[in-house]
Design a protein. Structure first.
Length: 240
C-alpha cells in the first residue's frame, strides 16, 4: 500500500510561466545605466545561454544546482563588464521576487486532488528551481492555498542538486519517513521526474501534457492526461 505521494511542480500542479522577457528588460536597463548599449538580440541570446539550466548541468558535476549569483556574474563577464556584489544582490532580489507580482496559475484539479490525497497520504513536493528559489515558490503556493497540503517541500536551490540526482528523492523520502516501494512520484518530464524517481525505487506516473511517448523513451509505470486520472493509478498501485 502506498504511503507517500510526491509531485513535481511545473506543468504538473502549476502551469509553467516564463519571465524571460521581463528579466531581459531588467538586464538591458541595467546595462544602459552602466553606459553599455547592446543589441537586444545579443542580450536575449546570452541570457538563454547563461540562465538555461542545462547549459551548466551535466553528469560530470553530479547535476549540481547553479545559483543566480553565478549566472549573473557569468552574464556580465560575457559583456566584459565589472559588477559589484551589491549590484548583484539587488538584481537577484528583483529577479527572484517577480513571480509574486505576476504568479503562474494552478493546473486544473490541483487543489481538489491535493486536498483529497492529503487526507490519506503523506504528500511531498520535489521541484527543480531556475531563477525563482524555493522560498519564493512556497509563498506563491501559499497564496494559491495549496502549500498546507505538503508535508515536505524539496527544492534544488535548497538541496544543491537538480532532480536527476537521487539525493532529491532520497531527502523527500527521509522527510516523509517512508520507503521508495511505498511511494509514487508524479511529474511531466521523463528525464528528470520519471527517470529520477524510478532510479530511487519509486513508482512513477507521467502526466503527458499532450506529448506522446516516443519509441525508446523512458517508460513510466503509469500515464495520465490530467490530475483527476491520478486516483485510478493510485488504486491500481495499491492492488499490487
Amino acid at each position: 500500500m502506498l504511503e507517500i505521494i510526491t509531485f513535481d511542480l511545473w506543468n504538473t500542479i502549476i502551469h509553467n510561466k516564463s519571465y524571460k522577457n521581463v528579466r531581459v528588460k531588467i538586464l538591458q536597463d541595467f546595462l544602459t545605466q552602466k553606459g553599455r548599449t547592446i543589441n537586444l538580440n545579443d542580450i536575449e541570446g546570452t541570457y538563454e545561454e547563461i540562465f538555461h539550466r542545462f547549459s551548466y548541468n551535466s553528469e560530470l558535476n553530479e547535476h549540481r544546482h547553479i545559483y543566480n549569483k553565478n549566472r549573473l556574474e557569468n552574464f556580465f563577464k560575457s559583456f566584459n563588464l565589472d559588477i559589484t556584489s551589491l549590484e548583484i544582490k539587488k538584481l537577484i532580489k528583483t529577479f527572484e521576487s517577480y513571480m509574486l507580482t505576476d504568479p503562474p496559475t494552478l493546473k486544473e484539479g490541483a487543489h481538489e486532488v491535493l486536498y483529497h490525497l492529503s487526507k490519506t497520504y503523506k504528500i511531498g513536493l520535489i521541484s527543480d528551481t531556475g531563477v525563482t528559489p524555493g522560498r519564493i515558490i512556497k509563498k506563491m503556493l501559499q497564496n494559491h492555498g495549496i502549500l498546507k497540503f505538503f508535508k515536505a517541500t524539496i527544492f534544488s536551490d535548497e538541496v544543491g542538486y537538480y532532480k536527476l540526482n537521487p539525493i532529491m528523492f532520497n531527502i523527500a523520502l527521509k522527510k516523509l519517513n517512508g520507503t521508495p516501494e511505498k511511494a509514487v512520484h508524479i511529474g511531466d518530464l521523463l528525464e528528470t521526474d520519471i527517470k529520477g524517481a524510478r532510479n530511487a525505487g519509486m513508482y512513477t506516473v507521467w502526466i503527458k501534457n499532450n506529448y506522446n511517448l516516443k519509441k525508446n523513451e523512458i517508460k513510466p509505470n503509469y500515464i495520465i492526461n490530467n490530475l483527476f486520472e491520478l486516483f485510478k493509478c493510485i488504486d491500481q498501485i495499491n492492488k499490487i
